[in-house]
Ligand binder design. Structure first.
Ligand SMILES: NC(=O)c1ccc[n+]([C@@H]2O[C@H](COP(=O)([O-])OP(=O)(O)OC[C@H]3O[C@@H](n4cnc5c(N)ncnc54)[C@H](OP(=O)(O)O)[C@@H]3O)[C@@H](O)[C@H]2O)c1
Length: 286
C-alpha cells in the first residue's frame, strides 16, 4: 500500500485529490492543512515552516507527497510578496528537500501565471517563463526550487481553477443572485479547469515514473467573459453580462492576457487528453 501525504487538503484541488484518491484501496492518505480538523482527520501542517515539514515527513514516510497548498490571492500577493514567497516558493523547497531525503515522489502544483501572456499560441512546457505578477514570480520560484532540490517530481501547471471553495464560478453566481450588474473582462484568454480534472491527472501520473513539468488545463480556450456567459447559461440565470476590457477593470496584479497552455507532455508522452472546458464545467455543475 502506498502512503500519500496531501498538503493544503482543504483547498479546491486538495479536496478533489482527496475525494478521488480516497476511493482507491492501494493508497493510505495522510491529510494535512494549515488549519487542523480532528473530525476529518486533518493534521496541521504549515508548509512554510521548514522544521514542521521535515518532522511530519520523517514520521509519516510517505511514498508520495502532493502539494496542494499555496497562497492563491493573486492581488494580495502584490502587497504581501514576502508572505507569498514563503508559502509558494519556500514551502515547495522544504517539501522537495524532505522528498529527496526520504525518497518520496513530489507532486507540486504551479500555474499558468509563470508566463507573461504576450504570446498568441498555446504555451508548451519548454517555453520561456516570465511572470508579470508577484504571485507568478513566487510560483516560478517554487517550481525552480522543486527542480533544484529533488529528482522525482511532477510539476503541474493548471489554470483558472474551480472546485469546492472560493472561485470565479461562485463569484459570478452570487453576483447574479444579488441582481448586480455583471461586467467581465473579455480580453484575457485562458482555459477554465475543474479541480477534479486536475486530480485525475495527478492520479494518472503518480502511477508512472515519467517525472517532469506538465501543463494540465482543460482543452480549448475562452475569455473570462465567455466563461461567465457559459456559467449563466448552465445555471439558467437570466442576467445580462457586459464584456469589458482589462483597462476598464484595474486590479493590483497584472494578469497574462493570453495564458492558454498546450498539454503537450501529457498528450505526447502519455496520450492523455483532459476534457474540453465546457464538458468539464457541465460535469462540475451536475
Ligand atoms: N485557483 C486557481 O485559479 C489556480 C490557477 C492556477 C494554478 N493554481 C494552483 O493550484 C494549486 C491549488 O489551488 P487551489 O485553487 O486549490 O487553491 P486554494 O483553494 O486557495 O487552496 C490552497 C490551500 O492552501 C492552504 N494554505 C495556504 N497557506 C498554507 C500554508 N502555509 N501551509 C499549508 N497550507 C496552506 C490554504 O489554506 P487556508 O484556506 O487556511 O489559507 C488552502 O486550503 C495552487 O498551487 C495554486 O497556485 C490555482
Amino acid at each position: 500500500m502506498k502512503r500519500i501525504l496531501i498538503t493544503g487538503v482543504s483547498g479546491q484541488v486538495g479536496q478533489a485529490v482527496y475525494r478521488l484518491l480516497s476511493s482507491n484501496d492501494e493508497y493510505k492518505l495522510y491529510l494535512t492543512s494549515r488549519t487542523p480538523n480532528i473530525e476529518y482527520n486533518i493534521e496541521e501542517l504549515d508548509i512554510s515552516h521548514e522544521r514542521a515539514v521535515g518532522t511530519i515527513i520523517d514520521r509519516v514516510k510517505p511514498d508520495i507527497i502532493i502539494n496542494c497548498a499555496a497562497y492563491t490571492a493573486v492581488d494580495l500577493c502584490e502587497s504581501e510578496e514576502d508572505k507569498a514567497y514563503k508559502i509558494n516558493a519556500l514551502g515547495p523547497k522544504y517539501l522537495a528537500m524532505a522528498a529527496e531525503r526520504t525518497g518520496a515522489v513530489l507532486v507540486h502544483l504551479s500555474s499558468d501565471y509563470v508566463f507573461d501572456g504576450k504570446g498568441s499560441k498555446p504555451y508548451i512546457e519548454s517555453d520561456s517563463t516570465n511572470p508579470v505578477s508577484a504571485y507568478g514570480r513566487t510560483k516560478l520560484a517554487g517550481e525552480n526550487f522543486v527542480q533544484e532540490n529533488c529528482n522525482k517530481y511532477f510539476i503541474l501547471r493548471p489554470a483558472w481553477v474551480y472546485g469546492q471553495g472560493k472561485n470565479f464560478v461562485k463569484t459570478m453566481l452570487s453576483l447574479a443572485e444579488a441582481g448586480k450588474d455583471i461586467r467581465v473582462v473579455c480580453d484575457q484568454i485562458g482555459t477554465p479547469t475543474s479541480a477534479i480534472e486536475i486530480a485525475r491527472v495527478i492520479s494518472f501520473l503518480i502511477k508512472t515514473e515519467s517525472y517532469g513539468i506538465y501543463h494540465s488545463t482543460c482543452e480549448g480556450s475562452c475569455s473570462w467573459y465567455d466563461f461567465s456567459v457559459e456559467i449563466m447559461k448552465t445555471a439558467h440565470k437570466d442576467v445580462k453580462v457586459e464584456p469589458i476590457k482589462t483597462s476598464e477593470y484595474p486590479t493590483p496584479a497584472k494578469r497574462p492576457m493570453y495564458s492558454v497552455l498546450d498539454n503537450k507532455a501529457l498528450r505526447e508522452r502519455h496520450n492523455y487528453l483532459m476534457k474540453d472546458w465546457k464538458e468539464a464545467f457541465k460535469e462540475y455543475w451536475e
